[in-house]
Design a protein. Structure first.
Length: 387
């Protein structure tokens, strides 16, 4: 297999898995899914110009293409995991495959096997299944051994159940949230270098996490850099996961509006910190830190944010960290109506906000951490950040 074919195959797998993850978290009609499907289909067309078909085989947990092992990567591992869930031994994509068939493959990979009894192929996409064997319950989940990206994928259903509970004005099970955060904390603990643990976040085009998951990992990274550990570290993660829960009480039309909000809509949006804090305050088992963070994360370092209070209020450390992570994630994530920014652009903007909207020293520490991540993982020179 040529280097060019290897590159196209890796790109195809990356787009395919990222699209399946988005489809699981949102829906098959999501704009991001459509964009990634087009990109995956483009890579397939390039491969089919050089190969009569694309046949991927699994032999001893190794992905094989063109009779050669495929270079291991995070996305290759996730494809292997997805195929193994369906007991698939090989996947063949033939000439004349359509974009709609690729979308069907994305749909298949986005669902859990127990939710899709019949494994559906298509005219030009075929699966080969091995015998289904019983798997003992103790071997079904290895949450503490999963990479960060895999944890997010495995817990997708739990995220959706959590937010559906909030939308239906039901109490959430804080135990579920705690288990998700514990998975991230344990994964971070496995890496002596926090930059390696954060590596999946270096490009939102490579892998798209839910917003809450992004903030959770970025907050944990900040906390680890500050030497925080133990129970407080878990509470910081839980607070990050739940910081925007109040948005579940805001009209979807306002939340998803691409154009500028009207004054009336903006006043409604500004209610979400209070609504989130009130909801969490009345939810058994939620750490007090999560309530405080939900209420404070838009207040700004200089107190000029929202909600406004009658008397000056000193924000909690976790609220400051969440505001920093939130600001970064909003600029780094590509949206249907807005392109993501590069790290040097984000650095300049966040430096301008340090001391007004954002805590200055924590912002400098955060940007230095990200510049080191870029240097270690991308080989590009880090942006200039104060020490």
């Amino acid at each position: 297999m040529s280097l060019v074919s290897q590159e196209h195959l890796q790109n195809f797998i990356r787009h395919l898995i990222t699209a399946a993850t988005n489809a699981a978290l949102y829906n098959l009609e999501h704009l991001q899914v459509a964009r990634l499907c087009r990109q995956a289909f483009g890579e397939v067309q390039k491969l089919l110009k050089k190969h009569s078909d694309i046949t991927l085989k699994i032999i001893e947990k190794q992905l094989i293409f063109d009779n050669r092992p495929v270079e291991q990567s995070l996305m290759v591992q996730r494809l292997l995991s997805a195929l193994e869930q369906y007991n698939i031994s090989h996947l063949r994509i033939e000439q004349e495959v359509s974009k709609e068939e690729i979308l069907g493959l994305i749909n298949t990979l986005s669902k859990r096997p127990e939710r899709q009894i019949a494994l559906a192929g298509s005219e030009h996409i075929h699966f080969g299944q091995i015998e289904v064997r019983y798997r003992s319950p103790e071997n079904c989940w290895r949450s503490t051994e999963l990479l960060l990206a895999d944890i997010a994928n495995k817990e997708a259903d739990r995220y959706m159940d959590l937010y559906r509970s909030v939308q239906n004005h039901q109490k959430i099970d804080i135990g579920n949230v705690s288990e998700i955060v514990n998975g991230f904390v344990n994964a971070f603990t496995e890496f002596s270098d926090v930059f390696l643990a954060l590596a999946p976040l270096r490009s939102m085009d490579e892998y798209t996490y839910t917003h809450s998951t992004n903030i959770c990992m970025l907050n944990l990274a900040q906390a680890k850099q500050l030497g925080i550990k133990g129970h407080l570290l878990n509470d910081i993660g839980i607070a990050a996961m739940l910081h925007d829960v109040g948005k579940m009480f805001i009209s979807p039309g306002i939340l998803s509006k691409a154009s500028r909000l009207t004054d009336e809509e903006w006043q409604i949006m500004q209610q979400h910190p209070r609504l989130g804090a009130e909801y969490l305050l009345n939810t058994p088992g939620v750490p007090r830190l999560a309530v405080v963070t939900a209420y404070e994360h838009h207040m700004h370092y200089n107190g000029q944010g929202y909600p406004r209070t009658r008397h000056p209020r000193k924000m909690n450390l976790c609220s400051h960290m969440t505001a920093i992570s939130d600001t970064y994630d909003a600029m780094r994530t590509q949206r249907s109506y807005e392109e993501s920014l590069e790290l040097d652009q984000i650095t300049n903007i966040m430096l301008d906000l340090a001391g007004t909207r954002l805590h200055p020293q924590l912002t400098y520490n955060f940007l230095h951490m990200l510049s080191e991540l870029e240097k270690e993982n991308l080989g590009s020179p880090p942006a200039s950040v104060p020490h």
